[in-house]
Write a protein of this length. Structure first.
Length: 291
C-alpha cells in the first residue's frame, strides 16, 4: 500500500513554523514545530502495511527548491524512503525550463507542485489571485512538464475548477493530480452540491486524477464519517482508477495518529469492491507516480 502524499521536513524548511504562531488553514500547529524526518515517519506508519510513499514539496523558501529535492533524494539514498519526489518550481516566470533542468538530475523526481489555491477567505489563500491557472504563461510552462515525463500536483478550490479545466485542456500531455479531492470547505448541502458539480466537470478531463487526502484540514480532526463520504462521492465521480490515498502527514498528526487516520480511510473505502480498494491504496499511485 502506498502513501501518495506526505512531507518530511526540517524546521528551517518552513519559515511559517518559526517565531510567533501565525493563523493557518489547519489551525494550531504548535505540536509539530520540530524536525519531522524519515525515522519518525517510518515509526508513524509502522503496522499499517504502507510499503511506499511519495514526498510532496513542503514550501521551502523558493530559492531553495533545488536544495529541497537534493535533501529528499539524499534521504531516499540512505534510507530507501521515500520512493518519489514532487518538487517545486515557479511557473509564473517567462520560461520554467531552467528550473526544471536543475531538478532533472534527481532520480526520484516525478512531478512538480506549485500551489494555485486562492479563496475569498484570506486565511485560505496561497496564490496571488484565483485565476493563475488561466494565465497563458503558466499554461505554457506547465505544458513543458511533458518533456520531462513529469506530472503536476494541482491544488485548487472548487470555485477555481473552471480555470483548472482550461489548464488541463491546454496541457493534454501532462497528468494532473488534484490535491485533496478539490478541498471541500463548505459542508452545507449547497457546498456539497457546488463541489460535486465542479468535480464532475473537472473529471471530464481524462488527464486529471485525484488524491484522497487532507480531509481533516478544515474540520481539524480525524472524521471517519466525512472521510467515508468524501471517498464515496469522489470515487463516484472519478472512478477508483483515478483516485489515490494520501496521508498529508505530518499535518494530520496535529489531531490524529497515522494508524487512526489510515484505519478511517480503510473503513471509509470498505463499501467499495476489493479491486477498487486496491486501486485507491496502491495501483493508481503506482501508475501515476511510476513507483
Amino acid at each position: 500500500m502506498i502513501d501518495a502524499h506526505h512531507h518530511i521536513w526540517l524546521q528551517k524548511d518552513l519559515p511559517w513554523l518559526l517565531g510567533p504562531e501565525q493563523p493557518r488553514i489547519f489551525g494550531s500547529y504548535r505540536s509539530i514545530v520540530r524536525d519531522y524526518e524519515i525515522d519518525e515517519f517510518l515509526a508513524d506508519i509502522q503496522g499499517t502495511g504502507i510499503t511506499k510513499s511519495v514526498y510532496v514539496q513542503a514550501n521551502w523558501s523558493p530559492n531553495w527548491f533545488v536544495d529541497e529535492a537534493a535533501w529528499v533524494q539524499s534521504v531516499a539514498d540512505t534510507h530507501g524512503w521515500p520512493h518519489g519526489i514532487i518538487g517545486y518550481a515557479n511557473f509564473m516566470v517567462d520560461d520554467v525550463r531552467p528550473q526544471l533542468d536543475k531538478l532533472e538530475g534527481f532520480a526520484l523526481m516525478r512531478g512538480i507542485r506549485q500551489q494555485l489555491h486562492w479563496h475569498e477567505k484570506p486565511m485560505y489563500r496561497f496564490a496571488p489571485h484565483g485565476d493563475v491557472a488561466r494565465d497563458p504563461r503558466v499554461q505554457k510552462n506547465i505544458a513543458f512538464l511533458a518533456q520531462y515525463g513529469w506530472s503536476f500536483d494541482l491544488q485548487v478550490f472548487p470555485d477555481q475548477m473552471d480555470g483548472a479545466i482550461e489548464l488541463a485542456n491546454a496541457c493534454p500531455d501532462v497528468t494532473f493530480i488534484l490535491q485533496h479531492a478539490g478541498m471541500l470547505t463548505d459542508l452545507s448541502a449547497a457546498g456539497w452540491d457546488h463541489w460535486r458539480g465542479q468535480m464532475t466537470k473537472l473529471a471530464k478531463c481524462s488527464n486529471v486524477v485525484t488524491k484522497l487526502s487532507a480531509f481533516g484540514t478544515f474540520v481539524h480532526r480525524n472524521d471517519p464519517a466525512l472521510i467515508a463520504d468524501m471517498i464515496r462521492e469522489t470515487v463516484a465521480i472519478f472512478g477508483a482508477k483515478r483516485c489515490m490515498f494520501g496521508s498529508n502527514f505530518p499535518i494530520e498528526k496535529i489531531w490524529t495518529s497515522y494508524a487512526e487516520l489510515f484505519a478511517a480511510f480503510q473503513k471509509g473505502a470498505s463499501t467499495l469492491t476489493k479491486p477498487q480498494q486496491k486501486l485507491i491504496f496502491n495501483d493508481t499511485a503506482m501508475r501515476v507516480y511510476r513507483l
